[in-house]
Design a protein around this ligand. Structure first.
Ligand SMILES: [Zn+2]
Length: 251
């Protein structure tokens, strides 16, 4: 690990994060994210270039619009920082390797989904379709053992969630099903672990949200963020988790 390279990747991640914010907010509304300028959601004033520096601008403006002084969502700097941290962590974990490329792809997809699922409860199809060929190329270059584990992971995840949707009539949606199938290409058989971890995290977080009355029983909680958390955990620490878990039973 090299401190300078890690710092550069961290800053690069923060810059990517500010782009992912825009994609996550505009893609579900079918707005273009390449041409139109960022505007204040309250007063619609275009945001000046000097106020578009990730994280810094938010701190300098104390989280308020320069023009109308309305609060800017803390989700913006949170997402930027999160992307920076996860990019840097990917490098620390994998160095310059094909696994690092996979981690960057997974983190990018994750962060965009986090934004769009938290704000609109939508995992956009166009986003999944964008990442589909990238995950396939990655697994052609660095196949799992056996190579068809990717295929079984994708199809298995799709059928499993389809069955759950049929039985439970809610909880999970079509977006979750497609997301898990996409991740199946990356994870292969380990997609089972992603699935179980996501339901575990989902249950724990939902209980916490209900107990603290942050949400009520009728309010739907988006499931995408739980899949994302489970996927990141499995990608970075799946083997260690599995070892620890089996250690509980077999030693
Ligand atoms: Zn404003």
């Amino acid at each position: 690990m090299n401190i300078l390279q890690t710092s550069i990747i961290f800053i690069y991640g923060i810059i990517c994060g500010s782009f992912f914010n825009v994609v996550g907010r505009r893609l579900p509304k079918k707005e273009s994210f390449a041409t139109s300028r960022s505007k204040c959601p309250t007063c619609s004033t275009p945001i000046k270039n000097r106020d578009l520096i990730p994280v810094f601008s938010y701190i300098l403006l104390r989280g308020k619009c320069r023009n109308c002084h309305q609060r800017i969502s803390p989700l913006y700097p949170t997402i930027e920082l999160l992307t920076g941290v996860l990019f840097a962590y990917s490098y620390i974990m994998f160095g310059w390797s094909i696994e690092f490329a996979g981690a960057i792809l997974l983190v990018s997809l994750s962060v965009i989904i986090l934004v769009s699922d938290l704000l609109y409860m939508i995992i956009p199809d166009r986003l999944l379709l964008f990442f589909l060929p990238l995950f396939i190329i990655l697994r052609v270059l660095a196949p799992l053992d056996p190579w068809y584990a990717s295929l079984i992971g994708a199809i298995g995840a799709y059928l499993l969630i389809a069955l759950i949707i049929l039985i439970s009539k809610g909880g999970m949606g079509g977006g979750d099903m497609k997301l898990l199938a996409l991740l199946g290409i990356l994870f292969g058989y380990k997609i089972i672990m992603v699935f179980f971890l996501s339901t575990l995290i989902g249950a724990l977080v939902t209980i916490a949200l209900l107990a603290t009355k942050t949400v009520n029983r009728k309010q739907p909680v988006p499931f995408g963020p739980f899949i994302i958390m489970a996927a990141l955990l499995t990608y970075f620490h799946g083997d260690a988790l599995l070892e620890w878990y089996s250690g509980l039973f077999f030693y």
